[in-house]
Design a protein around this ligand. Structure first.
Ligand SMILES: [Zn+2]
Length: 176
């Protein structure tokens, strides 16, 4: 069946619209679905100001020929508490992850096993004003990226407790 000119234009318009949406949407690589233990790879659950900056970090990593993947984004309070009790404690209970202000980024092809990947991640995060977990003094965490410096965390947590605008706080931090 031949399509009318109008129908063809509608289809073309739809394709262009979809392409624009695709280009505008943060280009995260998920690597897989969320896992049953509550691990979330959904970038839309992150604070928007942080997600925007994270998207630039992904672009910078790709420009270096690397393959970043969002391994974990927002974390439930229950999962953060469980992780803090595990041997070797892979996370803290009051982690920036529970506010959508942190993300763990790994290599899609090599996972956690590529020191050069994490060195590049730290360099690019520094350039963008994001805080890299490799700078943690007590327990460096090289896949971890957060929206604010450790020195700002308590102010941020107090704001969260008071029901303040966390995204505005993060936007200001990242603009500085
Ligand atoms: Zn983390």
């Amino acid at each position: 069946m031949a399509l009318s000119r109008a129908a063809q234009a509608t289809i073309a318009g739809g394709a262009v619209g979809a392409l624009i949406l695709l280009l505008r949407a943060p280009r995260f690589n998920y690597g897989g679905p969320d896992s049953a233990n509550g691990l979330s790879r959904d970038p839309t659950l992150l604070l928007p100001a942080f997600a925007r900056k994270l998207n630039l970090l992904f672009a910078a990593m790709r420009a270096r020929g690397l393959d970043p993947m969002l391994n974990e984004g927002r974390r439930s309070r229950a999962r953060a508490e469980a992780l803090s009790k595990e041997p070797g404690a892979p996370g803290i209970a009051d982690s920036m992850h529970i506010y959508g202000a942190a993300a763990d980024i790994i290599s899609a092809s090599k996972g956690f096993k590529d020191p050069a990947f994490f060195k590049a991640l730290g360099e690019e995060a520094d350039k963008l004003g994001l805080f890299w977990g490799g700078h943690f003094k007590t327990r460096p965490d090289s896949p971890h990226i957060q929206a604010l410096a450790v020195a700002e965390e308590n102010k941020f947590r107090a704001l969260a407790k008071a029901g303040g605008d966390l995204n505005a706080f993060v936007a200001q931090e990242l603009a500085a």
